[in-house]
Design a protein around this ligand. Structure first.
Ligand code: FAD
Length: 413
């Protein structure tokens, strides 16, 4: 990396959230100078990535986090998911997935975003070739040696590859001229931690109700993290309720599988939409994570998909460095074409899977409910289908990058 007329580097990552910092950590073994541009201080209450949410990580994501040196920082705080229980309010059917059936120790893990953020930052602080710039990326222009990223601090950052990892509203994606479509689900997710009478026993619950799905995820100290999807006005109302009334309404919607809900923590709401960029690449640029696709959290797929984006891009950059040495070019058109072609099928499948889950269970019509109940029961009996669902939710389906398979990014000699 060099100074003078701004900063010059190999890879500039706009956005130091969950996906941007994961990419920075993944690139650590490569001989590339990397800059991360992030405007929000890590411990600020307005940090949009590392906030009060809890993230369900797939088994594949665990392997990626191990491979990029982050798992050790969250291992003690991560809670294994040993069972997933899917049900629908007012129906008999329910479906179960167990780690035991799949022959693995855990279907996934949960981690509080705040703790994941801390571990990612600690990992990044130990990388020599990485520079963190506290600024907001604003514009992009072609430069003789790459792309020049303008920031609100005045300094330009010239990079051979620009990565837009600045979230669903990505300013960099826009500046690159990549269009995005957004469809509002007309729902908000209300999140909160709860204490319950019964121990969660490492079970994640997904319950579909006429108002929207409720996910109840196991977290540390026997508590559970709730993601309750509601119409915007109902979500607004839920935020304003006193604790006892909120608990009573949640209890009624979720049922008594965990016994009585005895306490609720601070609540927050997130508007939900499906945002997708029309392309994954532009000349010398890639869009990654939520900047490429912002999903409904119903199946807990957004960050897991973003980590597979990270693992695939890092692998292609590693291959390029190994094959071309000093002549390697992280922003070359053939490399970016290979990236887009590799990511497209996984991306499409996860968007379709998540979207159909939201829309399929979103219609409160009695005959459909009966059908879905049968579907859920059948699903519980059909082992091969379940296996495929589990592979998808565990992030194992399709051609997988080395990091997702638990292999080091760079093959050891
Ligand atoms: C309620 C809820 C629950 C979820 N649960 C799960 C789950 O269980 N499992 C799962 O896999 N996913 C889950 N997700 C999805 C997951 O949170 C996202 O996929 C993930 O946050 C994407 O990370 P990101 O870094 O791409 O984007 P973001 O988290 O949006 O981070 C973007 C970063 O870019 C920065 N930024 C913004 N503008 C600029 C700019 N102009 N220049 C530079 N930086 C900028 C921001 O400050 C931020 O740090 C959930 C989402 C929601 C809403």
């Amino acid at each position: 990396m060099s100074a003078g007329a701004g900063i010059h580097c190999d890879v500039a990552i706009a956005g130091g959230g969950m996906v941007g910092l994961s990419l920075a950590a993944a690139l650590a073994p490569l001989p590339l100078a990397v800059v991360v541009i992030e405007p929000v201080a890590p411990d600020a209450s307005s940090q949009p990535s590392f906030d009060a949410r809890t993230t369900a990580l797939s088994a594949g994501s665990r392997r990626v986090l191990e491979g990029i040196g982050v798992w050790d920082g969250i291992r003690a705080a991560a809670t294994p998911i040993r069972r997933i229980h899917v049900s629908e309010r007012g129906s008999f059917g329910f479906a179960r997935l167990t780690a035991e059936e799949q022959g693995i120790a855990a279907l996934g893990y949960t981690i509080e975003n705040r703790l994941l953020g801390r571990a990612l930052r600690e990992r990044c602080a130990r990388i020599d070739r990485l520079t963190l710039v506290a600024a907001r990326a604003q514009g992009v222009a072609a430069d003789a040696t790459g792309l020049r990223l303008a920031t609100d601090r005045g300094d330009g950052i010239v990079a051979r590859l620009v990565v837009a990892a600045d979230g669903a509203e990505s300013a960099v994606r826009r500046a690159l001229g990549i269009a995005a479509t957004s469809s509002d689900y007309g729902q908000h997710a209300v999140i909160a931690h709860v204490d319950t009478e019964r121990f969660h026993d490492y079970t994640a619950y997904e319950r579909f109700t006429p108002q929207g799905p409720i996910a109840v995820l196991p977290i540390g100290e026997g508590r559970s993290a709730v993601v309750w999807t509601l119409a915007p006005e109902a979500a607004e109302r839920a935020l304003g309720l006193d604790d006892q009334t909120f608990i009573a309404e949640l209890q009624q919607a979720f049922g008594s599988r965990l016994g009585r809900i005895t306490r609720v923590g601070r609540r927050q709401a997130y508007p939900l939409s499906l945002t997708r960029s029309e392309r994954l690449t532009a000349a010398r640029a890639v869009v990654l994570g939520n900047a490429a696709q912002g999903l409904h959290p119903v199946a807990g797929q957004g960050f897991n998909l973003g980590l597979r984006d990270v693992a695939a891009l890092a692998e292609l950059l590693a291959e390029d460095c190994a094959a071309r040495g000093a002549a390697a070019d992280p922003g070359s058109a053939p490399l970016l074409e290979r990236y887009a072609a590799w990511r497209q099928p996984d991306r499409e499948a996860v968007i379709r899977f998540t979207d159909s889950l939201v829309r399929g269970f979103g219609m409160p019509l009695a005959p459909l409910r009966a059908l879905r109940a049968t579907g859920l029961l059948a699903f519980d009996l059909l082992r091969p289908v379940k296996h495929e669902f589990a592979r998808r939710t565990m992030g194992l389906a399709g051609r997988q990058p080395r990091l997702v398979r638990g292999l080091p990014l760079v093959a050891r000699a």
